[in-house]
Design a protein around this ligand. Structure first.
Ligand code: RRO
Length: 540
């Protein structure tokens, strides 16, 4: 790891210091570069492959007052600290991945090219992590019998409505590609504005109203080919289709169309959305247990009819997207229905957004969202705890044959780790993908791997569903770990303070010095003027 801190550095000086110390870049392929031109610290991470280094994405950490903390983090490099600090710094510093500056890119490029020209021996010495399995834990999983190279993929919703958007997911480290929920015909959705992001980055609202290109588009050969490209082989990366018919008949019709589609074998799973909160005038199906049972019974009939005929119309495994439940009785009722249909339902995705939330603009004294009187689905980091509880509860109530996919507020490897600990087999990312774009899958995947390395877990099964009961010993261990991290932070802070006179601080100093000088001159002139005017006063 490396943190460059200097006073008014020129670019050349910056590079020189960087070059002098780049050997200290840590084996986890992370480098921190302070960029005085934007008063920020930029974190670069990369992977090493045969052809050189591939940048995983620069991350701008812009807050000046956070610098000391970051110096400490850099010195410490314990993943707990890094993850904690990342989370404390709040979503808005991380998720949007603001455009990083030319200066830092130049430094990073220089670093890459420099290391490429080294001899293999010194190259090894310099930085790179050995690519053993312990350094790159296995994040693959098996969902409803479908192998996923990574347990992290996109949720149906943001950035999943077009082949172009789906292609970007396919080209990322996401373990699968899931389409936007389809209706029978294409539709544009609710009027704008229909989305809102809280300024603190902790919550988002949407009342999209199911804008989508219609089922024909999502199951067409051209869409799947464009989206999946090289990945169109199901063994490499599964393509999944979400359905959200406006009526039961619509859902059954769409299932039938998939069963008879020439692309049927290219669709690895179907996710039936029983939880859309934004169809005006329609209830959230997952809260109406009678209707939920009715729908699953009818869907089971379509599956049976097709899977038992001799026309090779087998339908892919079915998952069900559920709304968030908040009451133990509701968990039990929903789980009973799902268990009743365990031959049909291979996984649940839990949770959809928290429906009918409301955000108010204090200036206009009106909702931020125009449609449905401002009522909309809540997502983002604020809902993670509801998602964790739903995953945990359903894992304990559902038949073991039904997998649980965790979704809700995931924005870091730690979030994925927690959901898997609570019992998730895989994890979907929605709001973070919406804000950060598909590179979030690579970042989150690497963060999960870092946690697994630290904890010496080599595969997902090592911790899946293994959430422990609260215990005094556990709480003591946690306290000890936090104390250790705090001590390391405190130890690192004085160094950071003494060494980090930033460019902007220096500029402020110069400004105040000049201001003082001007004031002294002004006062001197005024005094001289006053004295001479006294002398000139006529004597009585
Ligand atoms: O399109 C939407 O308004 C939407 C859907 Br289908 C959903 O399932 N969840 C959500 O928050 N928005």
């Amino acid at each position: 790891m490396l943190l460059l801190q200097q006073q008014r550095p020129s670019r050349a000086k910056h590079l020189t210091r960087y070059q002098a110390s780049h050997r200290s870049v840590q084996s986890d392929n992370t480098v921190f570069i302070e960029d005085p031109s934007v008063d920020a610290i930029i974190r670069y991470r990369w992977i090493q492959n045969e052809s050189g280094r591939k940048l995983l994405g620069p991350l701008l950490l812009p807050k000046k007052k956070e610098k000391n903390l970051w110096s400490a983090v850099c010195a410490n490099r314990r993943y707990e600290t890094v993850v904690t600090v990342i989370k404390d710094m709040s979503f808005r510093y991380l998720a949007p991945l603001m455009p990083t500056t030319k200066l830092s890119h130049a430094i990073f490029r220089s670093f890459c090219s420099q290391n490429k020209t080294r001899s293999p021996k010194s190259n090894k010495q310099a930085t790179m992590a050995p690519s053993s399995s312990s350094e790159h834990p296995d994040v693959s999983t098996s969902l409803a019998g479908i192998p996923l190279s990574s347990c992290i993929y996109n949720a149906s919703g943001p950035r999943s409505g077009t082949a172009a958007a789906l292609q970007k997911i396919a080209q990322s480290k996401a373990g699968a590609v899931l389409s936007k929920s389809a209706t029978v015909d294409s539709q544009t959705g609710n009027p704008l504005p229909r989305t809102w992001h809280a300024p603190d980055g902790l919550a988002s609202l949407n009342s999209e109203g199911l804008p989508n290109n219609g089922i024909a588009y999502y199951i067409s050969a051209s869409t799947i080919a464009e989206a999946m490209g090289e990945c169109s082989d199901n063994n490499k990366k599964p393509y999944m289709v979400s359905l959200s018919g406006k009526t039961l008949a619509d859902n059954l019709q769409m299932l039938q169309r998939i069963a008879t589609s020439p692309t049927r074998s290219k669709i690895s799973a179907i996710e039936l959305n029983l939880a859309c909160p934004n169809v005006i005038g329609k209830p959230i199906i997952g809260f109406d247990f009678e209707q939920m049972d009715e729908i699953l019974t009818a869907v089971a009939q379509v599956y049976n009819d097709n899977n038992n005929d001799n026309n090779n119309h087998q339908l892919p495994p079915l998952g069900v997207k559920l709304p968030p439940y908040l009451d133990f009785q509701h968990f039990a009722l929903a789980a009973d229905i799902l268990n009743k249909h365990k031959d049909l339902v291979r996984y649940i995705a839990s949770i959809n957004t928290i429906g009918n939330s409301l955000a108010i603009d204090v200036y206009s004294e009106a909702p931020y969202i125009s449609s449905n009187s401002g009522f909309a689905g809540l997502s983002g980091p604020a809902v993670k705890y509801t998602a964790l509880a739903n995953v945990r509860k359903f894992r304990s109530l559902l038949d073991a044959s039904i997998d649980v996919v965790g979704v809700g507020g995931v924005q870091s490897g730690q979030d994925v780790f927690e959901l898997i600990l609570a019992g998730a087999t895989a994890v979907q990312v929605a709001t973070c993908h919406w804000i950060e774009g598909p590179k979030c899958f690579d970042r989150i995947c690497q963060e999960l791997q870092e946690i697994m390395v630290e904890k010496k877990y080599t595969k997902i099964e090592d911790f899946k569903g293994k959430l422990k009961e609260w215990s005094k010993e556990g709480a003591n261990l946690s306290r000890l770990r936090k104390k250790e991290a705090d001590t390391t932070l405190k130890e690192a802070q004085p160094t950071a303070t003494t060494t980090s006179v930033t460019a902007s601080t220096a500029a402020e100093l110069t400004f105040y010095k000049t201001l003082c000088g001007v004031l002294v001159i002004l006062v001197a002139v005024l005094c001289a003027d006053w004295r001479s005017s006294i002398k000139l006063l006529p004597t009585e």
